[in-house]
Design a protein around this ligand. Structure first.
Ligand code: KDO
Length: 336
């Protein structure tokens, strides 16, 4: 028989064990490191999906992942500055945004340089990227973890094909084309033959629906995710930029992780980038049919004319002058 005293002791022990367990789990949650990620992409954008469904679970033991979408936390293009100032830990950054700080990054934002998704990965992992990565770490406090595939950018217009058929850059003369708001983007818009207007991504749908602009450029998955097809009538498959983003993280945040945590996070970033890349590629393949069903004209222009015109605009440009010697050749040698 268990005495009253023994029962009391046992009960006390059980309560104490429970309290310790609750305390331990609470302090474990509190021990997790908060990682805020800001992106101009939506929650349903495949890059965001990959971060939530692939990255976050892989680092869940030590990271409390807090994503924010649609530029709600920081305006498009201000995220890197926020990381640099210690106000944000992570963003999905573009080469064009990095070119605001380091003009040489414009090489990765130049029309018809990257050939496809695999080429982007080969370039990112090649030693040619080392000096670019070192510069962002040392001078901006931003580490580039992995490269994400956004997709082939195409020109998407409000006018129907009957009103305006675009086969060469000359056909875009006077077309008021929304491009994101940095110099590298605006230059690309001009290089395409259009008249570029800087507008933040969050304003593009309204600008198209009101006719404030004639069109915009983005990959097909973005045209569908942001519902631009509702307010436009044609897509010219210019493929003028095989666009990328970097998973960018605060260098200080990274340096405070243990080597094991860093290794896990690197694997998580690479796995998320790979997952997002495969989904974007699948969507790019399947969405032409969907867009045609929505009544849009989707057609290929004279690609050779676009390629040679765009490349000619960069030769001798201020951007090209900032490219380290031999890097364009090295990038080209990694392609097909
Ligand atoms: C855009 O503003 O058109 C752009 O496609 C630029 C990209 O760098 C990327 O940031 C993207 O917007 C947003 O994340 C929305 O998809």
């Amino acid at each position: 028989m268990i005495s009253k005293f023994t029962r009391k002791v046992m009960l006390t022990m059980v309560i104490a064990a429970g309290a310790i367990a609750v305390f331990a789990s609470n302090s474990w949650a509190a021990d997790k490191i908060e990682l805020r990620m800001a992106t101009s992409g939506s929650e349903t954008d495949q890059r965001s999906v990959a971060m939530v469904e692939v990255f976050a679970p892989m680092v869940a033991d030590f990271i409390d992942f807090k994503p924010s979408y649609n530029s709600t936390m920081f305006a498009q293009g201000t995220e890197l500055d926020a990381i640099s100032r210690g106000n944000l830990e992570m963003s999905i950054a573009s080469a064009q945004e990095l070119a605001q700080f380091f003009p040489e990054f414009s090489i990765f934002a130049t029309g018809y340089v990257h050939q496809d998704a695999a080429h982007q990965v080969a370039v990112f992992n090649d030693p040619l990227m080392d000096s670019f990565k070192e510069t962002t770490e040392n001078e901006l406090g931003v580490k580039l973890l992995s490269v994400m595939y956004l997709g082939r950018r195409h020109v998407n217009l409000r006018q129907s094909k009957d009103e305006l058929t675009v086969m060469t850059p000359a056909d875009l003369a006077g077309v008021n084309l929304r491009m994101p708001g940095t110099d590298a983007w605006q230059f690309l818009g001009s290089a395409l033959g259009a008249a570029p207007t800087p507008i933040a991504f969050s304003e593009v749908y309204t600008s198209l629906s009101t006719g404030a602009v004639d069109g915009q450029d983005n990959p097909l998955p973005t045209v569908v995710d942001a519902k631009f097809y509702e307010v436009t009538k044609q897509i010219i498959l210019t493929s003028h930029l095989v666009d990328l983003n970097y998973i960018a993280i605060s260098k200080e945040f990274w340096d405070n992780l243990t080597p094991e945590q860093q290794a896990t996070m690197q694997q998580a970033a690479d796995a998320a980038a790979e997952s997002g890349r495969q989904k974007q590629l699948e969507l790019e393949d399947s969405l032409v049919a969907f867009l045609k069903e929505q009544g849009l004209e989707v057609y290929e222009p004279d690609l050779a004319a676009f390629r040679s015109h765009v490349q000619a605009q960069y030769i001798g440009s201020e951007f090209a002058k900032s490219w380290p010697e031999g890097v364009l050749e090295a990038i080209n040698s990694l392609g097909n």
